[in-house]
Design a protein. Sequence first.
Length: 418
Amino acid sequence: MSSDHALRSQRRPSGPPEQPPEARSSPARGTRVRRAAEDTSGFAATDAAESGGSAARQHPVRLHVVTGKGGTGKTTVAAGLALALANGGRRVLLVEVEGRGGIAPMFDAGPLPYEERRLATGADGGEVYGLAIDAEAALLDYLTMFYRLGSAGKALRKLGAIDFATTIAPGLRDVLLTGKVKEAVTRSEGGRYVYDAVVLDAPPTGRVVKFLNVTVESGRLAKSGPIANHSRSVARLLHSPQTAVHLVTLLEEMPVQETLDAAAELESASLRVGRIILNHVHDSSLYGVKMTPARLKKGLRAAGMPHDAQTVAGLLVETERQQQRLGLEQGMRERLDELGQPVVEVPRLATGVDLSDLYGVAQRLRPVVSTPVVSGPVVAEEAPLVEEETTPARLSRSTSAPKTAPATGEGEGDEDAG
């Protein structure tokens, strides 16, 4: 069977279908939305007790937001996490919003259009889809959904009105981008979610809180009406136990400090911090090991390698440098421990990341899938995550299952490929 044929085979999660929020009756006032107890996939977050220190509840994390300082490898981590979440026959959507096109090359795929495309399969089944969200296209979607502009909306885009609107109102841009993510998370078909999880390759830590805090941004745009209602429904998802923000960092001074700052800002904004993911971690097996010339020479001889005095001296110098580096990294670990969040380590990879590397990263990120996320207090009321305004029309690409398309750009001739 060819790889393309394998990618085209449809897999759906086994077990009873999970009911989307829209399909459930509203809970009584003052209670929280409960999710199926049968879920054993580890897509869970431990919610703090509502009052009195009672036992914590388990909530599924369905939106995994991945952020980090620029250069920490957050896009690689997001892609690896999507593969990890896809194991067990699950369907996962990997989303990028910055227009950098960083996801597709790692999956040996062509540039992602504003349409969900299948990228890969999980190590033991499941599917990973990719989507590049464009603010202009998202606004056009929004106008079509709520105002039925149809061809008039396309005409506005040709005239530059769409670009003008997203440029003069940057808050609107973030509302539209996060709104499209929310739509993917909550979309259902046949009584079940289309995607079991969504991974968002978010903006860097310096901008992520502003990006996610759509309630504040929308308040500057509109106090009432469709935009305000739409952004509030997005905010409910982002502040709910269904969302976790994972922070990617390197064990270096500036990335660690930015991670500490971002964690504090997220907490202040009532956005949940998930895992601290240490990327490009060096092998620490030699940390604290006392290496002498005699010991090093003995090891080289046993391995059948050159063990002359010059070789031994050179390796001793390199060993000391490595010990110093590991000592500095250990100090950075201790600073991150102050956050009290679970830590996952991803080893250093060679320059350039391909699909085989991503499967290795996915294996390292399995703890993110299998271990509950310790969540902070919930400020936003947990209500069924539905739009408050009437939605007269939905685009077909937003309400149906993802469109199957080649992962290698063979479908570039499709009418929606642009």
